[in-house]
Design a protein around this ligand. Structure first.
Ligand code: ADP
Ligand code: MG
Length: 511
């Protein structure tokens, strides 16, 4: 039986895991002996260096290191530019995947061809598709794309203890903060509320340490740091290292060499003076307390949105490397009245994905669980009403998959209109401009023979399967004519181009 792995493709760190011969998930260490690898790529075609070396290269070649590419997955036509060459986020992600998989192959001594890859629960279908493509580009057979909080819960062994209840997953990573509430019922896991902030994470805590260093230098040494990308990169690495140490120590020294211009008889020359500043955990918590409060506020928002209180939450799981910071556990204990679970926050997502992968390849050592999949975002069509374009939602977010739903009552706008344009959107807003990822599918429906405006009765049906494959069908009830598009994760996107733009569906009128 071919081994299948789980991959946590993170914004700042990635990890690969598999299950051992007893069905227990384990993270596979990279060539540096680490369980996670920085999602950083030093781009110097045809060479791409991934991981710690790339991260360290930010000091010498800041312009050649690509980071945080996950934020741009699925954004149409987005490209990162390095030395006049452009790269898609999917390509950069595939380079990261290939590297972590290759090191895992070396560690295991066998080839890896199949994987489950995780994505945040709020990822849209286009973002999931882009992640799928990154895996395929890396040469893998991607068995499934699953949600990170669900994977974390699987790895924490949550689903095996049966009674119906809710768990909250607090995932504070390097650049993002995700909160998810999962409901466990009959051994299945379903997402019931999602929130967070895609621009809040460990990096913001690092920024505060960097500001602290600059302030200390100014106040204690009367020294102003010159703006310089290499120095900034070095300070960032030192700040992150200090932050990690503060998780286990009450105080840390931060040392580096600061450049200073010395006036000489003939001009000036650069000298480097050693600088040392001390940062205590207490001070660190003080200068980052507003960041922690932001996570608290976002947590409360998610509970409110799901009509939940802390009494409805039976366990809180800490996920993401930043949830190792003692301030996080203290806050969660204060809010929930009990200690959160914090075993392996930066590994549990990959481990959960490995469990899911083992289940999919029918590895008998792994206990069966039902992972419920839900639609991450509402699905709807663009319609015109009183001259305005609005999204009419047909299936609400968080509907369990598979699902299908039909809505009729759409029609034409002008007399004799020969076709209508059906544009499929995902997301919650009614304004199509508010959608970051544009329409996820567009097709025309033939509305001949000509009839007066508002006369045809057109129905739109969505069918979604467990892998996020969506089929949208538009049907003219009078003529029985049909037209459809398939939007899929499996790379089989049906690109039956819309040759000419037709008028959008009109919102009707038929009562
Ligand atoms: P991702 O956002 O890519 O999912 P992770 O969950 O691995 O990433 O989290 C990475 C973040 O966790 C980084 O900001 C890193 O500095 C932080 N981190 C890792 N270990 C610790 C630690 N021991 N104490 C504090 N922060 C940590
Ligand atoms: Mg993560």
């Amino acid at each position: 039986m071919a081994r299948a792995v789980g991959i946590d493709l993170g914004t700042t760190y990635s990890a690969v895991a598999c299950v051992d011969e007893y069905g227990k998930p384990m993270v596979i260490k990279n060539a540096d002996g680490q369980t996670t690898t920085p999602s950083a790529v030093f781009v110097d075609p045809p060479n791409y260096v991934v991981g710690e070396v790339a991260l360290q290269s930010t000091m010498t070649d800041p312009g050649k290191v690509v980071q945080f590419v996950k934020r741009f997955m699925g954004v149409p036509d987005y490209r990162v530019m390095v030395n006049d060459q452009t790269f898609s986020p999917e390509f950069i992600s595939s380079v990261i995947i290939r590297k972590v998989v290759q090191e895992a192959e070396e560690a295991l001594g066998e080839r890896i061809q199949q994987a489950v890859i995780t994505v945040p629960a709020y990822f849209t279908e286009s973002q999931r598709q882009a992640t799928y493509e990154a895996g395929a580009l890396a040469g893998l057979n991607v068995l499934r794309i699953i949600n990170e909080p669900t994977a974390a819960a699987l790895s924490y062994g949550i689903s095996r203890r049966g009674r119906p209840r809710n768990i909250l997953v607090y995932d504070l990573g390097g650049g993002t903060f995700d909160v998810t509430v999962l409901a466990i019922d009959n051994d299945s896991l379903n997402v019931i509320a999602i929130g967070g902030d895609p621009h809040l994470g460990g990096k913001d805590w690092d920024d505060r340490i960097m500001n602290f260093i600059e302030d200390e230098l100014r106040e204690k040494f009367g020294y102003e740091l010159e703006p310089d990308p290499s120095l900034e990169a070095e300070l960032r690495l030192k700040a992150e290292a200090a932050k990690r140490q503060l998780t286990g120590r009450p105080s840390v020294p931060i040392t580096f060499k600061a450049k200073r211009q010395l006036a000489t008889g003939t001009g000036s020359m650069d000298t480097f003076i050693p600088v040392r500043v001390e940062l205590s955990r207490e001070k660190f918590e003080e200068i980052t307390s507003d960041l922690l409060s932001r996570t608290e506020m976002l947590l409360e928002n998610v509970l409110n949105q799901g009509n939940l209180t802390w009494d409805d939450i039976s366990e809180t799981l800490c996920v993401g490397g930043s949830s190792r910071m003692p301030m996080v556990r203290e806050m969660l204990t204060r809010l929930s009245g009990r200690r959160p679970l914090l075993h392996d926050p930066d590994e549990c997502v990959a481990k959960g994905a490995a469990l899911q992968a083992a289940l999919l390849v029918k590895d008998e050592t792994v206990e069966e669980v039902n992972v419920g999949h839900v639609l991450a975002h509402s699905l709807g069509v663009a319609t015109v009403k009183n001259g305005r374009t609005l999204i009419d939602h047909i299936i609400p977010a968080l509907t369990p998959l598979p699902c299908s739903q039909t809505r009729g009552g759409y029609t034409t706008t002008i007399d004799g209109q020969e076709k209508v344009q059906v544009r499929i959107y995902e997301g919650e807003a009614a304004d199509p401009q508010a959608y970051p990822n544009g329409p996820i599918g567009v097709f025309n429906l033939d509305t001949t023979p000509p009839r007066p405006a508002g006369r045809p009765n057109i129905a739109v049906e969505f069918r979604c399967d467990e892998n996020g494959r969506i089929i949208a069908v538009a049907r003219d009830s009078d003529t029985g004519r049909e037209s459809r598009v398939m939007i899929s994760l499996a790379g089989e996107r049906d690109d039956s181009e819309v040759e000419e733009e037709a008028l959008l569906l009109s919102q009707a009128i038929i009562s």
